[in-house]
Design a protein around this ligand. Structure first.
Ligand code: SAM
Length: 232
């Protein structure tokens, strides 16, 4: 299939995500992988706060999939903090075109996020905050414009779950370097989790060194396997 040029991140010669099933892929790889599907199931609705970290904000597709999942979860009073980072932020116009393919599934969420993101000064490094009120509660996006390790080090409160979404390790080894994975391990609560689509040996070893027990689970779409980690 021909990939439209706006879906390819020119800095890494890689696309932002699977172009066909990206919303479902996020749910499988990141939400089931990190355990939040179980945590937010009927039995686990006692959480009032939950903190997520993401490496690679891109066009915000994972955040949109997360809001879609939570909107339909039946939860009504949780506060979600979503800490993410982006070294090469896209304009809001480009974000809109990257996400356009999912309009039939999540159109109102695309309009909501693109509208809020249009007020972010993407040329200004450091933290930017967006708050969104949703049926499940409040979502706070803390977006760090800059390098991933800076963002992880700038976090003052550890995360309950991490979504590692920084292009493949071959195309972008910087997002999987041991130093960054170690910092992520330090900024994860005990029994917290991480999830990613790559099962590359270097990523597995880096996550183990960072204090995670890692395991492979079935993949999604064309991928045989994906990875999850649980902080010891
Ligand atoms: C696969 S894309 C993320 C897709 C995104 N989660 C989404 O769903 O739209 C990876 C992102 O990581 C960013 N990135 C790559 N290396 C980075 C680094 N060292 N620090 C911060 N961001 C980085 C890229 O610019 C790209 O937008």
């Amino acid at each position: 299939m021909q990939i439209p040029p706006y879906l390819v991140n020119e800095h890494y010669d890689d696309r932002y995500f699977d172009v066909v099933n990206a919303i479902e892929e996020a749910k499988h790889v990141f939400f089931q992988g990190s355990g939040i599907v179980d945590i937010f199931s009927a039995a686990g609705r006692k959480r009032k706060e939950f903190r997520i970290g993401e490496t690679g904000f891109g066009a915000g597709r994972v955040l949109i999939a997360l809001m879609d999942f939570l909107d339909n979860s039946g939860i009504t009073d949780i506060s979600i903090t979503f800490n993410s980072v982006e070294l090469h932020p896209v304009t809001f116009e480009r974000m809109a075109s990257i996400l356009e393919g999912f309009r039939a599934e999540v159109g109102p969420l695309i309009d909501l996020l693109v509208g809020a993101y249009s007020s972010v000064e993407i040329t200004k490094p450091g933290w930017h905050q967006i708050q969104l009120t949703r049926p499940f509660g409040i979502l706070t996006l803390n977006l760090w414009i800059g390098e991933a390790l800076e963002m992880v080090r700038a976090l003052t409160i550890p995360c309950d779950a991490w979504f590692l979404d920084g292009h493949g390790p071959k195309k972008n080894p910087s997002m999987w370097r041991p130093e960054l994975l170690l910092a992520i391990g330090e900024k994860t609560v005990r029994s917290g989790t991480c999830a990613t689509y790559t099962v590359a040996g270097a990523v597995r070893r880096g996550l183990i060194a960072a204090g995670f027990d890692v395991e492979q689970r079935p993949g999604f779409g064309g991928k045989k396997a994906v990875l999850r980690g649980i902080k010891k």
